[in-house]
Design a protein around this ligand. Sequence first.
Ligand SMILES: *Cc1c(COP(=O)(O)O)cnc(C)c1O
Length: 351
Amino acid sequence: MWKDYIRKVVPYTPGEQPKNRKVIKLNTNENPYPPTPKVAKALEDFNKDCLRLYPDPTASALTKTLADYHGVDEDEVFVGVGSDDVIAMAFLTFFNSDKPILFPDITYSFYSVWADLYRIPYERPALDKDFKLVKEDYYKENGGIIFPNPNAPTSLAVSLDFIEDILKHNQDSLVIVDEAYIDFGGDSALALLNKYENLLVIRTFSKSRSMAGMRIGYAIGNKFLIKALNDVKYSYNSYTMNQTSLVFGKESVLDDNYFKETVDKIVATREHAKKRFEELGFTCLDSKANFLFVTHKCVPAKQIFTQLKENGIFVRYFDSPRIDNYLRVTIGTDEEMEALYKFLERYVVNA
Ligand SMILES: *Cc1c(COP(=O)(O)O)cnc(C)c1O
């Protein structure tokens, strides 16, 4: 009998984390550069005695640092164990109506997993043939809206006007903008927070801040939304943020120069990569993220993916409708990218 009462879920499938560290890893949108040296220093200086104690449940050192950085109040920031934790918490907190929540057919594949886990009904309006969001699709009645800007895996960003239109047409539901990749290009919806109380913006340290292994994400919204998130968090696990995340996360935010230099390097490599891919016969969407979404004019994506993998270069391939002839390629260092072009120069020409 008990078997009938197990919660049945189809889990999210993350990109592969190979045990062999020698591969060129362009499959999970990690940052190829290390976090600021201030983090390494804080790691050396870390007071091990505090591991004995519970961390600050309010995570105030990090929350306060982020609030100052973004020019908002401390009670307008919520931190979590990566943005996955923050988004999952937001689904649990805000998406409790009987109406379906809306997110695009092609987007971060974790959204449908959380919706299924929490039994939230959802609809997935289709992106248009150019993989663009269609804003009118989000004007209908709904129980909430979420989309990433820039979108993943398409890499395309929408304008602030576009987001504002969606907010205006949805004053009765919560709109979440997942800004995992915003530092690499698009315009942040943070600029709209003062005008719309139904907006929640979610960010992560995993991509632009080179700290995927640390697991830090956060949400910014008005204090009513943040209190609701905290109430749910404290009903679930008071100590989500461990002591090291609080200390190292703060160091990362304080070193803004290093952060901006790193992001600029990745953007420069991305723009160069677009040209190189096009010379090789690929079409690239206009990426505002730290990855490219590419398709080749004659060689099937799955075949390229497999060949790359056999040659120690990992990229991401999604065997799903509409995107099964595309590859998502994370921007690595210039060296890593050169190794990729070198392989492709031989492979796609001879294929
Ligand atoms: C990477 C990613 C996340 C999750 O990142 P965390 O490592 O959990 O912070 C969330 N949304 C999108 C669109 C992402 O690509």
